[in-house]
Each structure stands twice: as C-alpha cells, then as structure tokens.
Write a protein that binds this ligand. Structure first.
Ligand SMILES: Cc1cc2nc3c(=O)[nH]c(=O)nc-3n(C[C@H](O)[C@H](O)[C@H](O)COP(=O)(O)OP(=O)(O)OC[C@H]3O[C@@H](n4cnc5c(N)ncnc54)[C@H](O)[C@@H]3O)c2cc1C
Length: 125
C-alpha cells in the first residue's frame, strides 16, 4: 500500500525542520493509529519526506515554496509575481508561483495568459 500525507507549512526561513518533522510525523501516526485502532508504524517499509529544504534543492523554487509568494492575507492575490519581467524585455513567466496562482487550473491559465501576451506582442510594464 502506498500512502501519501501532505501538510501545509511555511517556506524555508531556516526553521529547525528536523524537529518539526519528527513532531508532525508522531502526531499524524498517533492520530491515524487512534482512528484506525491499528498500529501502522511497524508496517512502514519505505518512507520519504519532502520538506521546504528538499523542495528548494530539487526544484530550485525560492525557499522551497510551492505556490510562490506567501498568500496569507486578503491582498495576496494582487501581489503575485507578474507574467513578465519588468526589467528584461521578452522574458515571460508562467506556472504555479506567478499570476494568477498555484494549482493545475491556475498554472494552465497562467500559460494561456503568457501565450496570449506573446501572440499579441503585448508591451511590458
Ligand atoms: C504534493 C502536491 C500535491 C498537489 N496537489 C494538487 C492538486 O490536487 N490539484 C492541483 O490543482 N494542484 C496540486 N498541486 C499543485 C500543482 O502541482 C502545481 O501548482 C503545478 O504543478 C505547478 O505547475 P508548474 O508548471 O508551475 O510547475 P511544475 O508542475 O513543477 O513543472 C515544472 C517542471 O519544470 C521542470 N524543471 C525544473 N527545472 C528545470 C530545468 N532547469 N530545466 C528543465 N526543466 C526543469 C521540472 O522537472 C518540472 O517538470 C500539488 C502540488 C504538490 C507538490
């Protein structure tokens, strides 16, 4: 059986991830075991953990953030990175960490926006 657990966490700012991971791991296992009434810890054969440090090193995302700039306030949607570079002509960005946002549907929308900008040769800035 393959089991995947995802926990939302902040981006990497040098937190002591190893401590947080051990605490969260224990908490999750305790809860699942309590709910199922079965000890699953001894059944784990292979385990892999991705945290913001490993996400950063594997994907080059800034501070290991999956969705770009933190979006914890009501204005966050307006502060996302634009789909073009204001300083480098003809440099465009699309994907989950820029406008309009993260997740497959928005990343695809982002691609459409960029393709339309290029098609219309829209000026930047
Ligand atoms: C665990 C997890 C679960 C998720 N679940 C959902 C979900 O249920 N629904 C949903 O809508 N969204 C989900 N998301 C979010 C969604 O996956 C992302 O928002 C989306 O994939 C972002 O698309 P992207 O094209 O920007 O980046 P990616 O999909 O990460 O694509 C970037 C690609 O670029 C490649 N790459 C990187 N560097 C280089 C390089 N130097 N040269 C060449 N290629 C390179 C990478 O290998 C990768 O294939 C999830 C994300 C995670 C991590």
């Amino acid at each position: 059986m393959n089991w995947f657990t995802m926990i939302n966490v902040p981006n990497n700012q040098g937190q002591n991830w190893d401590v947080y991971i051990q605490k969260a791991r224990r908490y999750i296992l305790d809860k699942v075991e309590r709910v199922l009434g079965t000890a699953i810890s001894p059944l784990i054969e292979v385990e892999e953990i991705l945290d913001p440090r490993t996400i950063e090193s594997k994907t080059s995302s800034a501070q290991g953030a999956l969705y770009g700039n933190s979006s914890n306030n009501r204005y966050a949607a307006f502060l996302r990175h634009a789909n073009y570079s204001p300083s480098i002509k003809n440099l465009y960005f699309c994907g989950g960490s820029v406008h309009p946002g993260g997740g497959i549907p928005l990343a695809l929308l982002s691609a459409r926006i960029v393709s339309e900008m290029i098609e219309k040769k829209q000026p930047h800035g």
